[in-house]
Design a protein around this ligand. Structure first.
Ligand code: ARG
Length: 477
């Protein structure tokens, strides 16, 4: 920010006040250091507002042309950095009004008719977010694609099995692809949530003025259409007081953060020495300044850690909103930082996680060996007995006894000899050993949504088409 204003600070309410603001008030009020990123959206909204003032007969043809020209010029100068806020600008709106006054003199002041910073800021933030949720969705799609490509590469014959865990204990074998796709489903819901959010956010507050609408013959619906909104706000008070769109976005972002964190936690486990399921590519791993052998999953850990700030942002925003009477209150200025931080955080974490996932190498052999460990085929054995007419209760108990036998003799279920099997339970005839194979167990789980290879392939095909349509939405909006 420049330290000195080229023109005196724009005071929006100079007429009513005899003295200027105290230094402490000015320092507390200022938001331009974080709301400057709304500048392109503020300028777009200003152009739409200028056209409406012109149609209302409040600007002549020449005035409109000059205003639009100056707004375009300002947009270019903002992009290049030729125009920047100064220390004396309170917020993005006052900074841009100064820019307009510098270029047009008093004509620049005409744009404020029928408009308040209250409807302006609500409009700008909606425009900013509608733009950026598409960027976030595009990055989510890239992460989903990385996960789906990994899944596809582990579906080729023979598909890679993995130990399926509950309570972080071996439970039943699954396909590695099935587990990777479970994460894709979570991210698909995240994108669906953003798309759904966008429908509710597509309402334009501009025209609400400070709170009560306008006595000038403005046309909020025309402004809404010009700015790409679906409709104009039907209640001017709600228009300036509502921040549901910001809170809902922060929730969607926080939940994506939670999903990223859970995936991050899995990567940390998978790449630990104890699991040894996968290795992180050097490009996405960090070393240690003291321990030469270290290869750490910092990307995954940062993804896990940053979920905290996303949840914190949401909590802060909701807490700020909860006690506010209608309509605008200055507290609302606090809405922007959590929103911006959520966008920045996701745009930072998502590409790193996509790169981490796509470059990670899974150890097929180790996963295959681990898939049956921990007596993970016990359920298959019990279900076989059920198919033979044994009540599940008895089957469960018989296999439970067999597990104890194996623990005592330090062997796997399939390694128990014929005589010992029947000794443990008369239900356990030697042929039950036939189901004690991981590929057999996987193929048998063939109902909709299960982990059989054919089911997982169909699941992947379905997901690819969902993700493809989300990618189109993110690109075109
Ligand atoms: N910077 C303010 C905000 O972000 C703009 C609106 C100011 N309105 C007001 N009545 N003081 O909320």
């Amino acid at each position: 920010m420049e330290s000195e204003a080229r023109t005196p600070a724009v005071r929006l309410w100079g007429g009513r006040f005899e003295s200027g603001p105290a230094e402490a008030l000015a320092r507390l009020s200022v938001s331009v250091q974080f709301d400057w990123r709304l500048a392109p959206y503020d300028l777009l909204a200003s152009k739409a507002h200028a056209r409406v003032l012109h149609r209302a007969g409040l600007l002549s043809d020449v005035e409109l042309r000059r205003l639009l020209g100056a707004l375009d010029e300002l947009a270019v100068d903002c992009r290049s950095g030729a125009f920047r806020p100064t220390a004396a600008d309170e917020d993005v709106h006052t900074a841009l009004e100064r820019g307009l006054l510098e270029r047009l003199g008093s004509l620049g002041g005409k744009l404020r008719a029928g408009r308040s910073r209250n409807d302006q800021v609500a409009t700008d933030l909606r425009l900013y977010l509608r733009d950026h949720v598409r960027q976030v969705a595009a990055r989510l799609v890239e992460l989903q694609t990385a996960l789906m490509d990994q899944a596809a590469s582990h579906l080729t014959d023979p598909a890679t099995p993995a130990p399926g865990l509950t309570h972080t204990q071996h439970a039943q074998p699954v396909l590695l692809a099935h587990q990777l796709l479970a994460h894709v489903h979570a991210f698909a819901r995240d994108v669906a949530r953003l798309r759904d959010w966008d429908k509710r956010a597509a309402i334009s507050p501009l025209g609400a003025g400070a709170l009560a609408g306008s006595s000038l013959p403005l046309d909020p619906k025309a402004v809404a259409a010009e700015l790409g909104f679906d409709s104009a706000a039907p209640n001017s008070m709600d228009a300036v007081a509502d921040r549901d769109f910001a809170a809902e976005f922060c929730f969607a972002a926080a939940l994506s953060g939670v999903h990223l964190s859970r995936l991050g936690e899995e990567v940390v486990l998978w790449t630990s020495h104890e699991f040894g399921w996968a290795e992180i590519d050097d490009a996405y791993a960090s070393g240690s300044s003291i321990m030469p052998q270290k290869k750490n999953a910092d990307v995954a850990e940062l993804a896990r850690g940053k979920a905290g700030r996303l949840i914190g942002g949401l909590t802060g925003l909701l807490t700020m909103l909860k006690g506010l009477p209608l309509t605008y209150n200055r507290d609302l200025q606090e809405d922007k930082e959590p929103v911006f931080d959520a966008v920045d955080t996701l745009l930072l974490v998502l590409p790193a996680m996509a790169g981490l996932v796509s470059s990670m190498r899974f150890h097929r052999q180790r996963l295959s060996r681990a898939a049956a460990a921990g007596h993970a085929l016990a359920t298959d054995l019990a279900e076989l007995l059920v198919k033979r007419g044994v009540p599940f209760r008895e089957a469960h108990e018989a296999v439970g006894h067999l597990v104890i036998w194996c623990e005592v003799h330090d062997c796997e279920l399939g390694e128990v000899g014929d005589e010992d099997l029947v000794k443990v339970s008369p239900h356990l005839t030697p042929d039950v050993r036939g189901v004690l194979s991981v590929p057999g167990a996987l193929a048998a789980r063939d109902t909709y949504g299960s982990t059989a290879p054919a089911r997982v392939e169909a699941q992947l095909a379905e997901l690819r088409s969902v993700v493809q349509s989300d990618a189109v939405w993110a690109a075109t909006g």
